[in-house]
Design a protein around this ligand. Sequence first.
Ligand SMILES: C[S@@+](CC[C@H](N)C(=O)[O-])C[C@H]1O[C@@H](n2cnc3c(N)ncnc32)[C@H](O)[C@@H]1O
Length: 330
Amino acid sequence: MGSIQANPASESFEAQAHLYKHIFSHINGAVLKCAVQLRIPDIIHSHGQPLTIPQLASKLEVHPTKTASIERLVRLLVHNGFLAETKVNEEEQEGRRKHILSLHLLSYLWFKEEEKTIVESAFGLGFWDLLERDHQYMKSFNEGMASDSQMMNMALRDCKSIFDKLETLVDVGGGTGTTCRIISERYPNLKCIVFDLPQVVESSSGSHNLTYVGGSMFESIPFADAVLLKWILHNWDDESSVKILNKCKEAISKKDEGGKVIIIDAVLKEKEDDNDMAQVKLLFDILMMSTLNGKERTEKEWNKLLVSAGFKHHKITPLFGFRSIIEAYP
Ligand SMILES: C[S@@+](CC[C@H](N)C(=O)[O-])C[C@H]1O[C@@H](n2cnc3c(N)ncnc32)[C@H](O)[C@@H]1O
């Protein structure tokens, strides 16, 4: 009888994805409810033939700024088997056009209004401002992020080539510093800076090669050989992400050669990922859309974003679980 060698890191990351899938599974029900309340199935049925996303959005009378959000809602409904997608013309519209036969917090009304996120509609302020106002919520959010980052220990073991030649690293939006602490312990000669909003880093203390700096990544980022952005860009739309990436470019500009931005985020690959993995990424996409006006991105969307921010080339390496490392070079 053959024996199966388990890989503890890959098992842990699969377990993490499985856990996230269940934690956010309520989004599936909410998205379905939203689709029914928006009358998506009725509209498709009475149309009698496939509709494009723009046709559907105009019949739904959603706010013009929400057409892309309808496409993402439909993408999850297609993945879950409630709608079918038909290709009509491969040449058309960047290769293909999709034809398609409440999060308890996601209401169908959200699609009718201009407000950017559900958090803004409900509380009158953005997610990060909400966290700043509610210290208990900020504490539990930061703990959640720290425990996610704890898993990096296993992933970073195999990433020596990514950090090897660096002398300084700044972890932008590094939270309470779990990822950076792991990196600083693994590479004792690497000087690491955790950079986050002042209220997040104010009570953190560093080590001989780890310091904390408070500020906003939209204003200025401390100079370093490389910038790490772990789970940051999926929080932001393309316009804000380009602004962040431009500030990152300024931060690494002193390094003549080899300066880079290291992005850890998901890359959507619906057709290639197994069902569970695709599901986790699509659930996060709806979560980001509704709470932060952010998004999960396909390889093509990452490429477009990085080119718009003036990066000349990049390399995507899949990590364990549902995230990848993207090394981007100006
Ligand atoms: C999703 S969390 C990711 C935290 C950490 N990178 C991780 O993966 O555990 C996003 C982080 O971005 C930070 N953030 C939000 N707005 C920021 C800004 N304008 N400047 C710097 N950091 C910001 C938040 O405080 C939060 O720690």
